[in-house]
Design a protein around this ligand. Structure first.
Ligand code: SF4
Length: 217
């Protein structure tokens, strides 16, 4: 085996073990070794009718799912493109429409080896929709987000996803200077809601596509 094959074997072995843990928790989980394959799986999971909510995911952007859906003419709830120029109240009311969507697409900030999902959210619309609302939740997660323990998962969410999202959003928070979280509690913080999704209820509502590539934050 060459180095590339050994890396693929390692990622796939980790994913297979993780899928078993996720299935015990009621998640529907599958593995795609590459972004292109993941995109096909995700597009095939999207219901044929009803609104689809796109909820803050660089992974979905990077693999081209959000771009294709925006070009498709499907009914979307897409706050990233549709709330510009709205008042805070109008933007809030727009985001709430995600709860009534048929399905939602997003990622997670980290996953632990037991299959739990970890997220930090600023407004809360992304994690609230994952927990309740849309009939189907589809999450694309690069294997770079898998952490061995709950402690490591939170470290990843705080110290990798947090600063990178702050940088992307051009926030004036201390993590942008140091590259790690300072638990800043500033009014400009994008970290308000720290959630663990322990299982899917009903079983099968939350669908996870693990991807053997470094994707998202
Ligand atoms: S809590 Fe503050 S310092 Fe930490 S990642 Fe969030 S915005 Fe940055």
């Amino acid at each position: 085996m060459n180095d590339k094959e050994i890396k693929s074997w390692h990622l796939e072995s980790q994913a297979k073990a993780l899928i078993k843990q996720m299935e015990k928790r009621g998640f529907n989980a599958v593995y795609a070794s590459a972004a292109e394959e993941a995109k096909k799986i995700i597009m095939g999971m999207i219901p044929a009718t009803g609104a689809i909510a796109l909820l803050g995911s660089q992974t979905m952007n990077q693999i081209g799912v959000f771009g294709d859906l925006r070009a498709s003419g499907r009914e979307l709830v897409d706050h990233a493109t549709q709330t510009k120029g709205l008042t805070p109240e109008e933007a809030h009311n727009y985001r709430r429409r995600a709860f009534m969507a048929e399905a939602m697409l997003a990622s997670a900030n980290a996953v632990d080896a037991e299959g739990r999902l970890y997220n930090i959210d600023g407004v809360g619309n992304r994690v609230a929709s994952m927990i309740y609302g849309p009939n189907k939740v589809i999450l694309a997660i690069g294997m770079n987000k898998v952490a061995i323990s709950p402690e490591e998962a939170w470290k990843r969410a705080r110290n990798t996803a947090g600063p990178m999202n702050n940088k992307r959003l051009d926030k004036p928070n201390p993590c942008v200077k140091s590259g790690h979280c300072h638990d800043c509690q500033l009014p400009t913080s994008v970290c308000s809601y720290f959630t663990i999704i322990d299982r899917s209820l009903p079983a099968g509502r939350i669908n996870v596509v693990l991807i053997g590539e470094e994707l998202g934050y």
